[in-house]
Design a binder for this molecule. Structure first.
Ligand code: PHE
Length: 474
């Protein structure tokens, strides 16, 4: 434990951890993946995976982090002989994710500005164009994309420079409750629109047809989404766990994080899907454009108040995205500050935060320039056909999809899978139990944890990884 540098209160820790978990994955990813994967069926599989895999991995990561009191790289180096390299993978994933996360965060910032333009009738509002037209114009405006991405990254780095307590905890303690309030406002608006009931039915009426049609597809998408949404398999919960106090209960905190994350994902579904069904019945209910095209159409159709709701909604997404991007940056920064502190050089947090952000910005600029594949940039795996770079599989549709495949598709589930193998075969599950019980309470779920971490979770994760590979490559 780094004296005086960890979280000041358990509430602060929870807000930061929930802040990390709740982000674009919940508000952008969950509704659109639920929309294109059969609604209720997706929800069901998601919940099962969260209980059998997500919770177990989260408890494992928090316990390992608190045990060593170090970031992901050192934690694996200290604890394991065979899995030392896992820490590096767990630090590379946040780097890749940040590059597209900040790009999307920048898009949300742009939409706050756009809706503000609508509110005051400025020429930089939607200006009578449809949601699809506005979005495609923005995607091909490369310099604008880069500028918004950089602004978003700068905001994140400023908070991380302030440290875990002064920056991250302070920001999340105010930001997360504010987010909940804004979300409720949007839900009330969305669910009271005429025609919203169709969207509610789609979400909650039991319907198992999609599972019969494409079980592996739904399983893989729900699995990837679950890891991403809970910030697992990439050193974040190890890093945040290392700042956790010994008297705090790991099992309770993990459960709280999971419940909040799921509630916010469902709330985002309630904010987005009923509105999409009500105001744009023929529009797309799934895919990445749901947030930027379908929803912007929804706000444009609301009359004069549309601008206000638009600003609230996209500001909310920016807020959620920032509390996640700071956790991604923190994984990288913690490693270097720990090393500097061990060499007696102070922690050099500010310098390392800036260096990390600079490194991220190199890849991020590429993702911004690509504009979700709108600008003809080459993506790894594409083939040259008649002088044009041509997509060969879903993973090389655009740079964002390629980096998403590497991180969410492969590195995160593999990271979590190997962590389970390390715990069950090398360390033995009792190491986690001892750390959990260091708070003075018995680990009541030890039997469940042991069976899951050694058998059920790894098996399910293998299925998810197999499904992801099939989705991305074939
Ligand atoms: N969990 C975050 C979300 O749902 C994204 C994230 C992934 C954050 C991985 C940190 C680590 O948007």
């Amino acid at each position: 434990m780094r004296e005086g540098k960890g979280f000041k209160s358990t509430f602060g820790f929870l807000m930061a951890a929930v802040g990390s978990a709740v982000g674009l994955g919940n508000i952008w990813g969950f509704p659109n993946k639920m929309g294109s994967n059969g609604g209720f069926a997706f929800l069901l599989i998601y919940l099962i995976l969260a209980v059998l895999c997500g919770y177990v991995v989260m408890v494992g990561e928090l316990a390992l982090g608190r045990k060593t009191g170090k970031g992901a790289i050192e934690t694996y180096q200290i604890l394991s002989r065979r899995f030392k390299w896992l820490g590096w993978m767990a630090t590379l994933s946040p780097f890749l994710i940040l590059s597209f996360y900040c790009t999307l965060g920048g898009y949300c910032l742009k939409y706050v500005v756009l809706n503000f333009g609508n509110l005051i009738g400025a020429s930089w509002g939607t200006n009578g164009l449809s949601g699809a037209e506005v979005f495609s114009t923005f995607m091909t405006n490369q310099s604008e994309g880069v500028i918004y991405g950089i602004v978003f990254l700068l905001l994140s780095v400023l908070i991380v420079m302030g440290g875990v307590r002064g920056g991250i905890e302070r920001f999340c303690t105010v930001g997360m409750p504010a987010l909940a309030v804004m979300l409720v406002v949007i839900i009330i608006r969305s669910c009271t629109l005429p025609g919203a009931a169709e969207g509610l039915k789609f979400m909650f009426m039991p319907n198992f047809e999609p599972l019969k049609e494409n079980f592996f597809g739904v399983l893989a998408t729900a699995g990837g989404q679950m890891f991403f949404s809970l910030s697992l398999g990439m050193g974040i919960m190890i890093t945040y766990g290392s700042y956790l106090k010994k008297e705090d209960s790991i099992t309770k905190n993990a459960l709280t994080i999971m419940i909040f994350d799921t509630i916010v994902a469902l709330m985002a579904g309630l904010a987005v899907l009923p509105a999409a069904f009500a105001l744009d019945p023929n529009g797309s209910k799934g895919g990445p454009s749901l947030l930027f095209v379908t929803l912007q159409n929804v706000f444009d159709n609301m009359g004069p108040l549309g601008g206000v709701f638009g600003i609230i909604f996209y500001a909310l997404v920016v807020l959620a995205a920032i509390t996640s991007s700071i956790s991604l940056l923190e994984v990288i920064v913690t490693h270097f500050t720990d090393v500097a502190a061990a060499k007696g050089k102070g922690d050099k947090r500010k310098a390392y935060s800036l260096i990390a952000a600079l490194a991220v910005s190199a890849l991020m600029v590429l993702v911004c320039l690509d504009g979700l594949g709108s600008n003809g940039l080459w993506v790894p795996g594409q083939k040259l056909v008649d002088g044009v770079w041509t997509i060969t599989a879903t993973f090389n549709d655009c740079w964002l999809d390629f980096l998403d495949m590497l991180s969410e598709g492969l590195m995160m589930p593999l990271g979590a899978l190997f962590m389970c193998v390390m715990i069950s075969l090398e360390l033995k599950p009792r190491v986690v139990r001892d750390e959990v019980e260091a708070s003075g309470h018995k680990m009541k779920i030890y039997g469940y944890f042991k069976v899951c971490v050694s058998v059920i979770t790894p098996l399910l994760m293998l299925l998810v990884i197999g499904g992801q590979i099939r989705e991305f490559f074939f």
